[in-house]
Design a protein around this ligand. Structure first.
Ligand code: PLP
Length: 282
């Protein structure tokens, strides 16, 4: 792969970051993941807007202009001949002598790389995913997309040890989100229920689009927290994320959701989402 590192295009083996980088020492970095279909960027406007917000929340600065950033995304697709998969972008506060206080003159590290993978064809669409419920022990600013991913990674491993595909995290009796996706349910009346935006969850770009698409398709929705019990008794459940789009969840803590098969509204939303976003990819 050819990767981008601070203005340079390099073979991945030659891209080196300092051991003093604050991303490495303090997880002082934020990231974005943008889906790619047919060599085009999905939801770029949403991802770049959220990137700006994360950067502002941490008092960092984007080392390139908005126009340059889009051009870098396009160039990395070209250089890697990426047809389908994702672009990972990370900005850290850069290398500085180790100190909890931020450096006075930070030199941010900007990295982008690609991962080729099929995102439209996903075997879990047919079977649905299983999730295990685990406590949400992350920090309280989950709205900022930082690279502090140790707990989500541990939760995913624990879920897998229980035989599930992923974790749904629970805090104060309500589901927050999945380890790296937004959690949603559909009640027996066909209403989509999803947790409202707050500092407790990442403001999913796919979530926002799916709510718009649901509205257009005449699927009612309500933004409110839901409990694990409500989720287990729902008609359908699904997750959303940049590379999973809409993916049905059919088992929660060993219990089937509805009839244990991917739900019709979840599958409809997946189809509509892929059609809309492929058509508007840039
Ligand atoms: N929630 C968490 C914790 C995530 O890591 C992600 C990232 O994929 C999402 C939700 C979904 O966000 P998006 O739809 O913007 O990919």
């Amino acid at each position: 792969r050819t990767v981008y590192l601070n203005g340079e295009w390099l073979p991945e083996a030659d891209a080196k970051v300092s051991i003093f980088d604050r991303g490495f020492l303090f997880a002082d970095a934020i990231y974005e993941v943008t889906g790619v279909i047919g060599g085009k960027l999905l939801e770029y406007a949403g991802h770049s807007a959220r990137l700006k917000r994360s950067i502002a929340e941490l008092g960092m600065e984007l080392p390139v202009s908005a126009e340059e950033l889009l051009e870098i995304h396009r160039e990395i697709v070209r250089r890697n001949d990426l047809k389908e998969g994702l672009i990972y972008l990370q900005i850290s506060r850069g290398a500085a002598d180790r100190d909890f206080a931020f450096p006075k003159e930070p030199k941010p590290t900007l990295v982008l790389f690609t991962q080729a993978k099929s995102v439209i064809e996903n075997p879990k669409v047919k079977t649905g995913m299983s999730v295990a419920l685990l406590p949400d022990w992350r920090w309280e600013r989950r709205d900022i997309k930082t690279v502090q991913l140790l707990y989500p990674s541990m939760a995913k491993m624990q879920a897998m040890e229980k035989g599930a595909d992923d974790a749904w995290l629970v805090e104060d009796g309500f589901v927050t989100e999945a380890s790296s996706a937004t959690a949603h349910i559909i009640d027996k009346a066909g209403k989509l229920i999803t947790r409202p935006l707050s500092n407790a969850i990442l403001h999913g770009i796919t979530r926002a689009s799916v709510l718009d698409i649901a509205e257009e398709a005449g699927i009612p929705y309500e933004e409110r927290p839901f409990s694990p019990e409500e989720a287990k008794n729902a008609a359908e459940a699904f997750i959303t994320s940049a590379t999973n789009f809409v993916l049905p969840v059919t088992v929660i803590d060993g219990q089937p959701v509805g009839d244990g098969k991917p739900g019709p509204l979840s599958l409809k939303l997946r189809e509509l989402y892929i059609a809309h976003k492929t058509a508007s990819a840039i």
